[in-house]
Design a protein around this ligand. Structure first.
Ligand code: PBG
Length: 332
């Protein structure tokens, strides 16, 4: 893009357009609305539970009978989609994460509950990965210290089909196995789930910012080692283009960049290179940092909006954020 600047100071004064609120609104290049927000929800087994999470202040785990409390808010705030994450009882976890394929697991019951009650008034996205279900906390099958790619993909296909059957709208593989988008797409087609969308966690970095989330889903103390053999090295940006290119070719409808704030350059790179919806995930560590900063009066509440607009400016179509309900309410 070429910059065309005609004239110079004092004829040219960029401050003129900033003089009043109405003028700033008039020339504003990016905005945020409830349409740009996706709300993650944590699920827990049991009755009448709204459980606080040590690592994530004011975020809760809901039992299914209390799920309506938070989904009602999302619907009335006009948030387009929720993302479901289960806290799985440790006795249901094992080496192969078989609970992921139980048609009565927490996620399956939550999908059915939400679809029945809210129909298409709100979308549902579900992670496809094994980490909430494995006793070692990894997203795939662990064999002699290695995460098995192709064997894991076989399970992810089944997990995707199960979620689609339950009524999940958007399948979101967050596991970073090679080739899984193509395999999942092929099988969705084959089983007549032609309209189920795939949101690929295409560019997911091995990040310390996920710490509070792992506490929220109960995998933190289980995780053996790190996820560096499948999640991306945070020193890389060109590799992000390859990941996205592959996932688009394999049939992704939308792609995600994750984490968010330290990776705005990646969002922009993806947006500049591909004409596909790009979503950003403002992850748990980002949430807790900002939340605690506000609580301690180190920064004020408007920081949240500033950061979310930053995602839009970088090129994100929407942001997954634990602040979604609060922000959408304030925007009303
Ligand atoms: C699981 C998954 C993770 C997050 C979303 N899905 C954690 C991980 O990969 O270890 C992180 C979300 C957050 O930190 O808010 N595959």
């Amino acid at each position: 893009m070429r910059m065309i600047i005609t004239g110079k100071y004092p004829n040219l004064r960029l401050r003129r357009n900033r003089k009043t609120d109405w003028s700033r609104r008039l020339v504003r290049e990016n905005t945020l609305s409830a349409n740009d927000l996706i709300l993650p929800i944590f699920l827990v087994e049991g009755i009448n539970k709204k459980q606080s999470i040590k690592s994530m202040p004011e975020v809760y785990r809901y039992s299914i009978d209390r799920l309506a409390e938070i989904v009602d808010k999302a619907v009335s705030n006009k948030i387009p989609m929720v993302a479901l994450f289960p806290y799985t009882n440790s006795k249901l976890k094992n080496n192969n994460g078989t609970e992921s394929l139980n048609e009565n697991n927490l996620v399956c019951r939550a999908i059915k509950f939400i679809k029945k009650k809210y129909k298409n008034n709100i979308g549902i996205m579900c992670d496809v990965a094994l980490d909430p279900y494995t006793s070692h906390g990894h997203d795939g099958l662990l064999y002699k210290g290695n995460i098995l790619n192709d064997k894991t993909v076989e399970i992810l296909i089944k997990q995707s089909l199960l979620q689609a059957e339950m009524g999940c709208d958007v399948i979101s593989p967050s596991d970073m196995m090679d080739g899984r988008i193509g395999e999942i797409r092929k099988n969705l087609e084959k089983h007549n789930f032609k309209d189920v969308q795939i949101l690929s966690y295409a560019v997911k970095y091995a990040s310390s910012f996920y710490g509070p989330f792992r506490n929220a889903v109960g995998s933190q103390n289980l995780l053996k080692g790190d996820k560096k053999t499948y999640q991306m090295d945070y020193s890389n940006n060109l590799e992000a283009i390859r990941e996205v290119a592959l996932d688009i070719k394999e049939g992704a409808d939308m792609v995600m960049v994750k984490p968010g704030m330290p990776y705005l350059d990646i969002i922009k790179t993806v947006k500049d290179n591909f004409k596909i919806p790009v979503l950003a995930y403002q992850v748990s560590g980002e949430y807790s940092l900002i939340y605690n900063g506000i609580k301690k009066n180190l920064i004020d509440k408007r920081t949240i909006l500033e950061v979310l607009i930053g995602f839009k400016r970088a090129g994100a179509n929407a942001v997954i954020t634990y602040f979604a309900n609060e922000v959408a309410r304030d925007l009303k």
